[in-house]
Design a protein around this ligand. Structure first.
Ligand SMILES: NC(=O)c1ccc[n+]([C@@H]2O[C@H](COP(=O)([O-])OP(=O)(O)OC[C@H]3O[C@@H](n4cnc5c(N)ncnc54)[C@H](O)[C@@H]3O)[C@@H](O)[C@H]2O)c1
Length: 261
């Protein structure tokens, strides 16, 4: 079959993007708007109901279809309710982007002092949240003949050097495990590992004058920092028919910071 550009189209697909309604210029917002521009109907899901409503409103204003859903990804009944809302409104689910995470509000205490409450909370949101959302949507994906799951990991997991990085490295393990278990259902699961992104949260955590930026400038093959929109093309590839044979992979989008053979 000759390749056609419309294999990248998400026309007729229903996508849930978690963590899409948070701090102003966020990566989840960029995914939600980008998937809508590629043709998908989008469920903008976040703990922050007001933020989710704002992003969903932006999509509708631009002529797309979207709803906002408040979800706590760490709560199983909340993730089931999110999936039910998507099915009730749009008839089913084809795509899930597990983007919600604690990043700014995670403990950066060292391992001698970090509280176990903070440790468990980090894993509950960043790892178990992706598991709960995935299993809330998999029955609908299976019913529709397949689906796509993307887990948002981080360059900070390669190598992991703190609680945040450890949760994101564990998410890579969940990615390969889901890919193996659900491949025969035509459900793919991949991860995106961004480098330092200039989302509002990213800038809060790593300000422009941070010495970490100088370190990154020296380490990256191209640029140290990217915009949220620079992650969207890879997400669309992984969600589309064009990416149907890709599964269990982690795609690094970071200007050549983390290079793995
Ligand atoms: N910004 C970066 O430099 C960078 C780099 C690598 C990876 N990432 C990852 O990209 C994703 C988005 O990052 P961002 O920079 O847009 O940050 P962000 O803080 O704006 O986005 C995280 C979102 O998750 C939501 N959230 C938190 N807990 C939740 C819960 N229990 N249930 C539902 N939603 C919840 C927040 O409300 C927020 O909207 C995160 O997974 C982050 O770890 C970011």
């Amino acid at each position: 079959m000759t390749f056609q550009l419309n294999q990248f189209s998400l026309e007729g697909k229903v996508a849930i993007v978690t963590g899409a309604g948070g701090r102003g210029n966020s990566i989840g917002r960029a995914y939600a708007l980008g998937l809508s521009n590629a043709g998908a109907k989008v469920v903008v899901a976040d703990l922050n109901a007001e933020g989710a409503q704002a992003v969903s409103g932006e999509i509708v204003q631009a002529g797309g279809e979207a709803i906002a859903v408040q979800v706590d990804v760490a709560n199983e009944s909340s993730t089931k309710a999110m999936a039910e809302s998507a099915i009730e409104t749009f008839g089913g689910i084809d795509i899930l982007i597990n983007n919600a995470a604690l990043m700014v509000d995670i403990s950066y205490d060292n391992f001698e002092t970090v509280s176990m409450d903070a440790w468990h909370k980090a894993f509950a949101v960043n790892l178990e949240g992706a598991l709960l959302c995935s299993r809330a949507v998999i029955p609908s994906m299976r019913e529709r003949g397949g689906g796509r799951i993307i887990n948002q990991t981080s360059g900070g997991a390669f190598p992991a050097s703190g609680l945040y990085g450890i949760t994101k490295l564990a998410l890579v393990g969940l990615t390969t495990s889901l890919a193996k278990q659900f491949g025969k259902d035509n459900i793919t699961c991949n991860a995106i590992a961004p480098g330092n992104v200039k989302s509002d949260a990213g800038k809060l955590l790593v300000p422009d004058d941070s010495p970490f930026i100088q370190f990154l400038e020296a380490s990256c093959a191209t640029r140290a920092r990217g915009e949220p929109e620079e992650l969207v093309g890879a997400a669309i590839l992984l969600c589309s028919d064009a990416g149907g044979w890709i599964t269990g992979q982690t795609i690094h989008i970071d200007g050549g910071w983390v290079m793995r053979p």
